[in-house]
Design a protein around this ligand. Structure first.
Ligand code: PGA
Length: 235
């Protein structure tokens, strides 16, 4: 079971530090065995003690060099970071990241042995065309991604469910996840309006290996409650 928190553009360096300290203390106190990952902003990255795993929300596929505004491998190595989020829909849509760039990022960070959480997800107009159209869209996003890479985690995040408060239905999650697993996806998270009130039923779906959470994970108490609820599901 994997529970990941995506901070997006929230928290300062100081509040990230406080969040991580309090979640680490909770994990130790409550014996949480769930693999827990936090993706802070780039300015919040640092070396932290504790069981929480820290990942980066983004990096350019370069060790160091001339790429204004980006960070590369050298900046991640400084803090021992070996986990990266690639392909989040906000980066695809707001920043125009192409499938080609995402594949280059995947190949680069795979070559450097990173754990990669690779996000895919369809817009509403595709979902409205039904499951087949949705699966064709998702399959296209996975084109060229080595699904056999052992440190790959796919996160299925329907765009229409992100930050809206309305998650996909259990039936939509189950049918989509089953089809993705049949395509060769091994570890598969669901993301899109996951919160304390729906996490247990979502994690209970057989083809769900965990969750990637935005909004409901930004307060440490709320995130700890989610970790506590996830403890009840055997995976
Ligand atoms: P949300 O975001 O939980 O706020 O819907 C999820 C995500 O974008 O990863």
């Amino acid at each position: 079971m994997i529970i990941a928190s995506n901070f997006k553009t929230n928290h300062t360096r100081a509040s990230t530090k406080a969040f991580i300290a309090s979640v680490n203390a909770y994990i130790a106190k409550e014996d949480i065995e769930t693999q827990t990952i936090v993706f802070p902003t780039a300015t919040g990255l640092d070396s932290f003690d504790g069981l929480l795993e820290i990942g980066t929300q983004n990096a350019y596929p370069i060790t160091s060099g001339s790429c204004t505004g980006e960070i590369g491998l050298e900046q991640l190595d400084e803090f021992g970071i070996k986990t990266i989020l690639i392909g989040h829909s906000e980066r695809r849509t707001l920043l125009g990241e192409s499938d080609l760039l995402l594949k280059a990022k995947f190949d680069f960070f795979k070559a450097h042995n990173f754990k990669i959480v690779f996000c895919i997800g369809e817009p509403l107009e595709i979902r409205e065309q039904g499951l087949d159209a949705t699966l064709a869209y998702l399959k296209n996003q996975l084109e060229g991604i080595d699904l056999a890479y052992e440190k790959l985690i796919i996160a299925y995040e329907p765009i229409w469910a992100i930050g809206t408060g309305v998650s996909a239905t259990n039936e939509q999650i189950a049918s989509t996840h089953e089809a993705l697993k049949a395509m060769g996806v091994y570890t598969l998270l669901y993301g899109g309006s996951v919160k304390a009130s729906n996490i247990e039923e979502i994690l209970s779906i057989a083809s769900v290996d965990g969750a990637l959470i935005g909004t409901a994970s930004w307060e440490s108490d709320a995130f700890c409650e989610i970790l506590n609820l996830s403890k009840r599901i055997e995976k």
